[in-house]
Design a binder for this molecule. Structure first.
Ligand code: NAD
Length: 437
Protein backbone atom coordinates (compact mmCIF):
# COMPACT_ATOMS: atom_id res chain seq x y z
CA UNK A 1 0.00 0.00 0.00
CA UNK A 2 1.07 3.59 -0.49
CA UNK A 3 1.08 5.45 2.79
CA UNK A 4 1.88 9.07 3.69
CA UNK A 5 2.59 10.05 7.30
CA UNK A 6 2.25 13.70 8.27
CA UNK A 7 4.55 14.53 11.20
CA UNK A 8 7.87 12.71 11.58
CA UNK A 9 8.42 12.96 15.34
CA UNK A 10 8.56 10.04 17.76
CA UNK A 11 5.27 8.53 16.62
CA UNK A 12 5.37 9.41 12.91
CA UNK A 13 8.92 8.23 12.41
CA UNK A 14 8.51 4.97 14.32
CA UNK A 15 5.18 4.25 12.58
CA UNK A 16 6.68 5.08 9.18
CA UNK A 17 9.73 2.88 9.67
CA UNK A 18 7.66 -0.06 10.97
CA UNK A 19 4.96 0.19 8.29
CA UNK A 20 7.71 0.30 5.63
CA UNK A 21 9.26 -2.76 7.25
CA UNK A 22 5.90 -4.57 6.88
CA UNK A 23 6.34 -4.02 3.12
CA UNK A 24 4.27 -0.87 2.57
CA UNK A 25 5.57 2.08 0.57
CA UNK A 26 5.82 4.98 3.02
CA UNK A 27 6.64 8.69 2.70
CA UNK A 28 7.18 10.52 6.00
CA UNK A 29 6.42 14.23 5.79
CA UNK A 30 7.45 16.99 8.17
CA UNK A 31 7.43 20.74 7.86
CA UNK A 32 10.72 20.93 9.76
CA UNK A 33 13.27 21.30 6.96
CA UNK A 34 16.31 20.43 9.08
CA UNK A 35 14.67 17.25 10.39
CA UNK A 36 13.80 16.02 6.89
CA UNK A 37 17.23 16.88 5.49
CA UNK A 38 18.86 14.91 8.32
CA UNK A 39 16.55 11.93 7.75
CA UNK A 40 17.24 11.95 4.02
CA UNK A 41 20.92 11.57 4.89
CA UNK A 42 20.26 8.69 7.26
CA UNK A 43 20.64 10.77 10.44
CA UNK A 44 17.97 10.11 13.07
CA UNK A 45 16.95 13.24 14.99
CA UNK A 46 15.78 11.36 18.11
CA UNK A 47 17.23 8.63 20.28
CA UNK A 48 15.10 5.49 20.13
CA UNK A 49 16.66 2.01 20.33
CA UNK A 50 16.64 0.05 17.01
CA UNK A 51 15.09 2.95 15.08
CA UNK A 52 18.19 4.04 13.15
CA UNK A 53 18.82 0.56 11.70
CA UNK A 54 15.17 0.18 10.70
CA UNK A 55 15.05 3.59 8.98
CA UNK A 56 18.29 3.05 7.09
CA UNK A 57 17.36 -0.50 6.01
CA UNK A 58 13.97 0.55 4.61
CA UNK A 59 15.38 3.68 3.00
CA UNK A 60 17.99 1.53 1.25
CA UNK A 61 15.32 -0.91 0.09
CA UNK A 62 13.28 2.02 -1.33
CA UNK A 63 10.18 1.57 0.81
CA UNK A 64 10.75 4.61 3.04
CA UNK A 65 11.43 8.20 2.01
CA UNK A 66 11.23 11.66 3.58
CA UNK A 67 9.93 14.95 2.27
CA UNK A 68 8.72 18.40 3.28
CA UNK A 69 6.41 18.38 0.26
CA UNK A 70 3.08 16.98 1.38
CA UNK A 71 1.27 17.38 -1.97
CA UNK A 72 2.71 14.60 -4.16
CA UNK A 73 2.94 12.09 -1.29
CA UNK A 74 -0.71 12.60 -0.30
CA UNK A 75 -1.92 12.58 -3.92
CA UNK A 76 -0.40 9.12 -4.41
CA UNK A 77 -1.37 7.68 -1.01
CA UNK A 78 -4.31 5.39 -0.27
CA UNK A 79 -3.82 6.01 3.44
CA UNK A 80 -2.66 9.25 5.09
CA UNK A 81 -1.71 9.11 8.77
CA UNK A 82 -1.74 12.27 10.88
CA UNK A 83 0.95 12.04 13.58
CA UNK A 84 1.56 15.70 14.43
CA UNK A 85 1.82 16.98 17.99
CA UNK A 86 -1.23 17.78 20.13
CA UNK A 87 0.38 19.66 23.03
CA UNK A 88 -1.59 21.13 25.92
CA UNK A 89 -2.95 24.56 25.02
CA UNK A 90 -1.21 26.98 27.37
CA UNK A 91 -4.26 28.99 28.34
CA UNK A 92 -6.48 26.09 29.45
CA UNK A 93 -4.74 22.69 29.17
CA UNK A 94 -7.07 21.59 26.38
CA UNK A 95 -5.43 19.63 23.52
CA UNK A 96 -4.16 22.10 20.92
CA UNK A 97 -5.53 20.89 17.59
CA UNK A 98 -4.04 23.65 15.46
CA UNK A 99 -1.30 21.36 14.03
CA UNK A 100 -3.87 18.68 13.25
CA UNK A 101 -6.20 21.12 11.51
CA UNK A 102 -3.36 22.69 9.51
CA UNK A 103 -2.33 19.21 8.34
CA UNK A 104 -5.95 18.34 7.46
CA UNK A 105 -6.33 21.45 5.26
CA UNK A 106 -3.13 20.56 3.39
CA UNK A 107 -4.24 16.95 2.99
CA UNK A 108 -7.70 17.97 1.72
CA UNK A 109 -6.16 20.10 -1.00
CA UNK A 110 -3.86 17.32 -2.23
CA UNK A 111 -5.94 14.12 -1.96
CA UNK A 112 -6.87 12.29 -5.14
CA UNK A 113 -9.01 9.17 -5.43
CA UNK A 114 -10.42 7.33 -2.41
CA UNK A 115 -8.27 8.17 0.63
CA UNK A 116 -8.44 7.05 4.25
CA UNK A 117 -7.25 9.81 6.58
CA UNK A 118 -6.14 8.19 9.83
CA UNK A 119 -5.68 10.18 13.03
CA UNK A 120 -2.80 8.70 15.03
CA UNK A 121 -2.27 11.83 17.12
CA UNK A 122 -4.02 11.75 20.50
CA UNK A 123 -7.13 13.90 20.08
CA UNK A 124 -10.31 14.63 22.07
CA UNK A 125 -13.50 12.77 21.32
CA UNK A 126 -15.33 14.21 18.32
CA UNK A 127 -12.13 15.39 16.57
CA UNK A 128 -12.64 12.83 13.78
CA UNK A 129 -16.10 14.27 13.09
CA UNK A 130 -14.59 17.77 12.94
CA UNK A 131 -11.87 16.60 10.55
CA UNK A 132 -14.46 15.09 8.24
CA UNK A 133 -16.38 18.39 8.21
CA UNK A 134 -13.20 20.35 7.54
CA UNK A 135 -12.24 18.14 4.59
CA UNK A 136 -15.74 18.53 3.11
CA UNK A 137 -15.51 22.31 3.46
CA UNK A 138 -12.23 22.38 1.53
CA UNK A 139 -13.13 19.59 -0.95
CA UNK A 140 -16.89 19.02 -1.05
CA UNK A 141 -16.55 16.15 -3.55
CA UNK A 142 -13.74 14.35 -1.73
CA UNK A 143 -13.95 10.55 -1.64
CA UNK A 144 -12.67 10.13 1.89
CA UNK A 145 -13.05 8.18 5.14
CA UNK A 146 -11.68 9.46 8.43
CA UNK A 147 -10.47 6.80 10.87
CA UNK A 148 -9.00 6.89 14.35
CA UNK A 149 -6.00 4.71 15.15
CA UNK A 150 -4.56 5.83 18.47
CA UNK A 151 -0.97 4.90 19.21
CA UNK A 152 0.05 3.10 22.41
CA UNK A 153 3.81 2.77 21.87
CA UNK A 154 6.19 3.66 24.69
CA UNK A 155 9.25 5.76 23.99
CA UNK A 156 12.34 3.67 24.67
CA UNK A 157 10.59 0.48 23.53
CA UNK A 158 8.73 1.94 20.55
CA UNK A 159 9.77 -0.47 17.79
CA UNK A 160 8.84 -3.57 19.81
CA UNK A 161 5.57 -1.95 20.89
CA UNK A 162 4.63 -1.06 17.31
CA UNK A 163 5.55 -4.46 15.88
CA UNK A 164 4.15 -6.57 18.72
CA UNK A 165 1.37 -4.48 20.26
CA UNK A 166 -1.01 -5.81 22.91
CA UNK A 167 -3.77 -4.64 20.57
CA UNK A 168 -4.43 -2.32 17.64
CA UNK A 169 -7.43 -0.03 18.12
CA UNK A 170 -9.20 1.12 14.98
CA UNK A 171 -12.16 3.48 15.02
CA UNK A 172 -14.12 3.62 11.78
CA UNK A 173 -17.54 4.72 10.60
CA UNK A 174 -17.73 2.73 7.36
CA UNK A 175 -16.80 -0.61 5.93
CA UNK A 176 -14.44 0.66 3.25
CA UNK A 177 -12.19 2.26 5.88
CA UNK A 178 -12.35 -0.91 7.99
CA UNK A 179 -11.10 -2.98 5.04
CA UNK A 180 -8.27 -0.58 4.22
CA UNK A 181 -7.13 -0.42 7.86
CA UNK A 182 -7.20 -4.22 8.13
CA UNK A 183 -4.95 -4.33 5.07
CA UNK A 184 -2.50 -1.81 6.62
CA UNK A 185 -2.15 -3.95 9.75
CA UNK A 186 -2.51 -7.38 8.12
CA UNK A 187 1.14 -8.31 8.84
CA UNK A 188 0.48 -7.77 12.55
CA UNK A 189 -2.77 -9.68 12.49
CA UNK A 190 -0.84 -12.63 11.09
CA UNK A 191 1.36 -12.23 14.19
CA UNK A 192 -1.82 -12.65 16.27
CA UNK A 193 -1.95 -9.08 17.60
CA UNK A 194 -5.69 -8.49 18.10
CA UNK A 195 -7.23 -5.75 15.99
CA UNK A 196 -10.09 -4.16 17.91
CA UNK A 197 -12.50 -2.36 15.60
CA UNK A 198 -14.92 0.10 17.18
CA UNK A 199 -16.59 3.43 16.51
CA UNK A 200 -14.39 6.45 15.90
CA UNK A 201 -15.53 8.16 19.08
CA UNK A 202 -14.89 5.05 21.18
CA UNK A 203 -11.36 4.81 19.76
CA UNK A 204 -10.69 8.45 20.64
CA UNK A 205 -11.82 7.92 24.23
CA UNK A 206 -9.94 4.59 24.49
CA UNK A 207 -6.58 6.32 24.10
CA UNK A 208 -7.22 8.86 26.87
CA UNK A 209 -8.81 6.26 29.15
CA UNK A 210 -5.77 3.97 28.76
CA UNK A 211 -3.27 6.71 29.58
CA UNK A 212 -5.34 8.07 32.48
CA UNK A 213 -5.70 4.58 33.96
CA UNK A 214 -1.96 3.88 33.78
CA UNK A 215 -1.08 7.29 35.19
CA UNK A 216 -3.58 6.79 38.01
CA UNK A 217 -1.95 3.45 38.82
CA UNK A 218 1.38 5.25 39.26
CA UNK A 219 -0.15 8.03 41.37
CA UNK A 220 -1.84 5.37 43.49
CA UNK A 221 1.30 3.34 44.22
CA UNK A 222 3.18 6.57 44.99
CA UNK A 223 0.66 7.45 47.69
CA UNK A 224 0.88 3.88 49.02
CA UNK A 225 4.67 4.39 49.08
CA UNK A 226 4.23 7.45 51.30
CA UNK A 227 2.09 5.38 53.66
CA UNK A 228 4.69 2.58 53.68
CA UNK A 229 7.45 5.06 54.50
CA UNK A 230 5.59 6.36 57.53
CA UNK A 231 4.26 2.97 58.64
CA UNK A 232 7.52 1.01 58.37
CA UNK A 233 6.39 -1.12 55.38
CA UNK A 234 8.10 -1.68 52.04
CA UNK A 235 6.21 -0.55 48.90
CA UNK A 236 8.10 -3.00 46.69
CA UNK A 237 6.83 -5.90 48.79
CA UNK A 238 3.33 -4.44 48.74
CA UNK A 239 3.44 -3.88 44.94
CA UNK A 240 4.57 -7.48 44.45
CA UNK A 241 1.84 -8.67 46.78
CA UNK A 242 -0.94 -6.88 44.92
CA UNK A 243 0.53 -7.12 41.41
CA UNK A 244 0.36 -10.93 41.30
CA UNK A 245 -3.41 -10.59 41.40
CA UNK A 246 -4.29 -10.78 37.69
CA UNK A 247 -7.12 -8.30 38.17
CA UNK A 248 -4.49 -5.72 39.24
CA UNK A 249 -1.36 -6.73 37.28
CA UNK A 250 2.24 -6.02 38.27
CA UNK A 251 3.08 -3.31 35.71
CA UNK A 252 3.07 0.41 36.52
CA UNK A 253 3.39 -0.29 40.23
CA UNK A 254 6.88 1.14 40.69
CA UNK A 255 6.99 3.92 43.24
CA UNK A 256 9.14 6.88 42.27
CA UNK A 257 9.30 10.63 41.75
CA UNK A 258 6.02 10.83 39.79
CA UNK A 259 5.24 10.41 36.11
CA UNK A 260 6.23 12.84 33.38
CA UNK A 261 6.91 12.67 29.67
CA UNK A 262 5.24 14.05 26.60
CA UNK A 263 1.99 12.12 27.05
CA UNK A 264 0.63 11.36 30.54
CA UNK A 265 0.54 14.91 31.99
CA UNK A 266 -0.88 16.58 28.90
CA UNK A 267 -3.29 13.76 28.07
CA UNK A 268 -4.68 13.81 31.60
CA UNK A 269 -5.21 17.56 31.37
CA UNK A 270 -6.90 17.19 28.01
CA UNK A 271 -9.12 14.37 29.28
CA UNK A 272 -10.09 16.40 32.35
CA UNK A 273 -11.10 19.36 30.14
CA UNK A 274 -12.89 17.11 27.67
CA UNK A 275 -14.92 15.51 30.48
CA UNK A 276 -15.77 18.90 32.02
CA UNK A 277 -16.99 20.09 28.62
CA UNK A 278 -19.30 17.08 28.50
CA UNK A 279 -20.60 17.86 31.99
CA UNK A 280 -19.06 14.67 33.43
CA UNK A 281 -16.01 15.65 35.50
CA UNK A 282 -13.52 12.82 36.05
CA UNK A 283 -12.69 13.34 39.71
CA UNK A 284 -10.36 10.36 40.02
CA UNK A 285 -8.27 11.56 37.08
CA UNK A 286 -8.30 15.14 38.40
CA UNK A 287 -7.00 13.92 41.77
CA UNK A 288 -4.35 11.65 40.26
CA UNK A 289 -3.04 14.55 38.17
CA UNK A 290 -2.94 16.87 41.20
CA UNK A 291 -1.24 14.23 43.38
CA UNK A 292 1.42 13.73 40.73
CA UNK A 293 1.97 17.45 40.21
CA UNK A 294 2.68 18.05 43.88
CA UNK A 295 4.89 15.00 44.17
CA UNK A 296 7.77 16.42 42.15
CA UNK A 297 8.36 19.38 44.49
CA UNK A 298 7.87 17.00 47.43
CA UNK A 299 10.80 14.98 46.05
CA UNK A 300 12.98 18.11 46.18
CA UNK A 301 12.04 18.51 49.85
CA UNK A 302 12.83 14.84 50.49
CA UNK A 303 16.33 15.41 49.08
CA UNK A 304 16.77 18.54 51.20
CA UNK A 305 15.77 16.55 54.32
CA UNK A 306 18.27 13.84 53.40
CA UNK A 307 20.94 16.57 53.29
CA UNK A 308 20.14 17.58 56.87
CA UNK A 309 17.52 20.25 56.17
CA UNK A 310 19.44 22.65 53.92
CA UNK A 311 21.15 22.47 50.54
CA UNK A 312 22.27 26.10 50.46
CA UNK A 313 25.71 26.22 48.77
CA UNK A 314 25.71 22.43 48.63
CA UNK A 315 26.47 20.52 45.44
CA UNK A 316 23.91 17.93 44.39
CA UNK A 317 24.81 15.36 41.73
CA UNK A 318 21.81 14.23 39.68
CA UNK A 319 21.99 11.02 37.64
CA UNK A 320 19.28 10.72 35.01
CA UNK A 321 17.31 13.63 33.55
CA UNK A 322 14.92 12.13 31.00
CA UNK A 323 11.43 11.15 32.15
CA UNK A 324 12.39 7.49 31.76
CA UNK A 325 15.37 5.47 30.49
CA UNK A 326 16.17 4.77 26.82
CA UNK A 327 14.91 8.06 25.48
CA UNK A 328 16.29 11.56 25.04
CA UNK A 329 12.85 13.07 25.70
CA UNK A 330 12.86 15.68 28.46
CA UNK A 331 9.26 16.85 28.01
CA UNK A 332 7.69 17.25 31.46
CA UNK A 333 10.41 15.13 33.07
CA UNK A 334 10.22 15.06 36.91
CA UNK A 335 13.92 16.03 36.87
CA UNK A 336 12.94 19.56 35.80
CA UNK A 337 10.77 20.28 38.86
CA UNK A 338 13.17 18.47 41.22
CA UNK A 339 16.25 20.35 40.01
CA UNK A 340 14.41 23.67 39.99
CA UNK A 341 13.22 23.01 43.56
CA UNK A 342 16.78 22.29 44.68
CA UNK A 343 18.13 25.38 42.91
CA UNK A 344 15.41 27.49 44.57
CA UNK A 345 16.73 26.18 47.89
CA UNK A 346 20.25 27.34 47.01
CA UNK A 347 21.85 24.13 45.68
CA UNK A 348 24.40 23.88 42.88
CA UNK A 349 23.54 21.09 40.43
CA UNK A 350 25.83 18.75 38.55
CA UNK A 351 24.07 16.32 36.23
CA UNK A 352 24.65 13.44 33.87
CA UNK A 353 22.27 11.65 31.52
CA UNK A 354 23.41 9.34 28.70
CA UNK A 355 21.00 10.77 26.08
CA UNK A 356 19.01 13.65 27.57
CA UNK A 357 21.58 16.41 28.13
CA UNK A 358 21.10 18.19 24.79
CA UNK A 359 17.37 18.60 25.42
CA UNK A 360 17.97 19.33 29.11
CA UNK A 361 20.16 22.33 28.20
CA UNK A 362 17.11 23.92 26.57
CA UNK A 363 14.91 23.63 29.69
CA UNK A 364 17.29 23.83 32.68
CA UNK A 365 19.61 26.73 33.49
CA UNK A 366 22.74 26.79 35.65
CA UNK A 367 23.42 23.07 35.58
CA UNK A 368 26.98 21.73 35.22
CA UNK A 369 26.63 18.87 32.71
CA UNK A 370 29.19 16.09 33.14
CA UNK A 371 30.73 13.42 30.91
CA UNK A 372 29.81 10.38 33.03
CA UNK A 373 28.38 9.27 36.35
CA UNK A 374 31.70 9.28 38.20
CA UNK A 375 32.69 12.78 37.07
CA UNK A 376 29.23 13.95 38.04
CA UNK A 377 29.57 12.93 41.70
CA UNK A 378 32.98 14.60 42.27
CA UNK A 379 32.85 16.74 45.42
CA UNK A 380 29.08 16.39 45.66
CA UNK A 381 27.26 16.63 48.97
CA UNK A 382 24.55 14.23 47.80
CA UNK A 383 23.85 11.93 44.87
CA UNK A 384 20.28 11.72 43.58
CA UNK A 385 19.18 9.04 41.10
CA UNK A 386 16.20 10.41 39.17
CA UNK A 387 16.06 8.12 36.10
CA UNK A 388 16.80 4.39 36.23
CA UNK A 389 19.08 4.02 33.22
CA UNK A 390 20.66 0.53 33.23
CA UNK A 391 24.14 2.03 33.53
CA UNK A 392 23.19 3.48 36.94
CA UNK A 393 22.08 0.12 38.33
CA UNK A 394 25.55 -1.25 38.96
CA UNK A 395 27.65 1.76 39.93
CA UNK A 396 30.79 1.11 41.96
CA UNK A 397 29.39 2.55 45.20
CA UNK A 398 32.75 2.44 47.01
CA UNK A 399 34.33 4.48 44.22
CA UNK A 400 31.39 6.89 44.19
CA UNK A 401 31.60 7.42 47.94
CA UNK A 402 35.34 8.10 47.63
CA UNK A 403 34.70 10.84 45.07
CA UNK A 404 31.96 12.61 47.02
CA UNK A 405 32.29 15.22 49.74
CA UNK A 406 29.45 13.73 51.79
CA UNK A 407 28.09 10.20 51.41
CA UNK A 408 24.36 10.81 50.89
CA UNK A 409 22.49 8.71 48.31
CA UNK A 410 18.88 9.52 47.45
CA UNK A 411 17.57 6.75 45.21
CA UNK A 412 14.24 7.94 43.78
CA UNK A 413 13.88 4.76 41.67
CA UNK A 414 14.66 2.14 44.33
CA UNK A 415 17.42 0.56 42.23
CA UNK A 416 19.72 -0.09 45.19
CA UNK A 417 19.14 -1.94 48.43
CA UNK A 418 19.53 -0.20 51.78
CA UNK A 419 21.97 -2.92 52.92
CA UNK A 420 24.45 -2.52 50.04
CA UNK A 421 24.29 1.30 50.15
CA UNK A 422 24.81 1.38 53.91
CA UNK A 423 27.64 -1.13 53.62
CA UNK A 424 29.35 1.23 51.16
CA UNK A 425 29.08 3.95 53.81
CA UNK A 426 26.13 5.90 52.46
CA UNK A 427 23.28 7.53 54.31
CA UNK A 428 20.65 5.98 52.04
CA UNK A 429 17.14 7.25 51.27
CA UNK A 430 14.74 5.60 48.81
CA UNK A 431 11.00 5.74 48.09
CA UNK A 432 8.42 3.93 50.20
CA UNK A 433 10.76 1.53 51.91
CA UNK A 434 10.34 1.76 55.66
CA UNK A 435 10.69 4.86 57.83
CA UNK A 436 13.75 6.51 56.34
CA UNK A 437 13.98 10.25 56.72
P1 NAD B 1 6.60 15.21 18.10
O1 NAD B 1 6.52 16.57 18.60
O2 NAD B 1 7.80 14.35 18.39
O3 NAD B 1 6.40 15.20 16.51
C1 NAD B 1 5.44 15.93 15.82
C2 NAD B 1 6.02 16.32 14.46
O4 NAD B 1 4.98 16.87 13.65
C3 NAD B 1 7.09 17.40 14.53
O5 NAD B 1 8.28 16.91 13.89
C4 NAD B 1 6.49 18.60 13.78
O6 NAD B 1 7.47 19.35 13.06
C5 NAD B 1 5.53 17.89 12.85
N1 NAD B 1 4.42 18.74 12.35
C6 NAD B 1 3.59 19.54 13.07
N2 NAD B 1 2.66 20.11 12.25
C7 NAD B 1 2.91 19.64 10.99
C8 NAD B 1 2.29 19.85 9.74
N3 NAD B 1 1.20 20.62 9.60
N4 NAD B 1 2.81 19.22 8.66
C9 NAD B 1 3.89 18.41 8.79
N5 NAD B 1 4.52 18.18 9.96
C10 NAD B 1 4.03 18.77 11.05
O7 NAD B 1 5.27 14.47 18.63
P2 NAD B 1 5.09 12.92 19.01
O8 NAD B 1 5.68 12.65 20.35
O9 NAD B 1 5.48 12.07 17.84
O10 NAD B 1 3.49 12.87 19.19
C11 NAD B 1 2.62 12.96 18.09
C12 NAD B 1 1.22 12.57 18.56
O11 NAD B 1 1.19 11.21 18.99
C13 NAD B 1 0.71 13.41 19.75
O12 NAD B 1 -0.68 13.58 19.61
C14 NAD B 1 1.00 12.51 20.93
O13 NAD B 1 0.13 12.75 22.01
C15 NAD B 1 0.74 11.13 20.35
N6 NAD B 1 1.46 10.04 21.00
C16 NAD B 1 2.75 10.19 21.38
C17 NAD B 1 3.43 9.12 21.97
C18 NAD B 1 4.87 9.27 22.41
O14 NAD B 1 5.34 8.41 23.14
N7 NAD B 1 5.59 10.30 22.00
C19 NAD B 1 2.78 7.90 22.17
C20 NAD B 1 1.46 7.78 21.75
C21 NAD B 1 0.80 8.84 21.17
Amino acid sequence: MRIAIIGSGYVGLVSGACLADFGHNVVCIDRDDAKIRALQQGEIPIFEPLLADLVIKNQREDRLSFSTDLGPAVAEAEVVFIAVGTPARQRDGQADLSYVHAAVRDIAMSMSGYTVVVVKSTVPVGTGDGIERLIREVRPQADVSVASNPEFLREGAAIGDFKRPDRIVIGVEDDRARQVMSEVYRPLFLNTSPIVVMSRRSAEVTKYAANAFLATKIAFINEVADLCEQAGADVQEVAHGIGLDKRIGGKFLHAGPGFGGSCFPKDMQAMIKMAQDHGTPLRIVETAAAVNDQRKRVMARKIIRACGGSVRHRTIAVLGLTFKPNTDDMRDSPAIAIITGLQDAGARIRAYDPEGMDQARTVLDDVAYCGDAYTCVEDADALVIVTEWDMFRALDLDKIRGLMRRPVLVDLRNIYGAAEATKAGFAYVSVGRGRQV
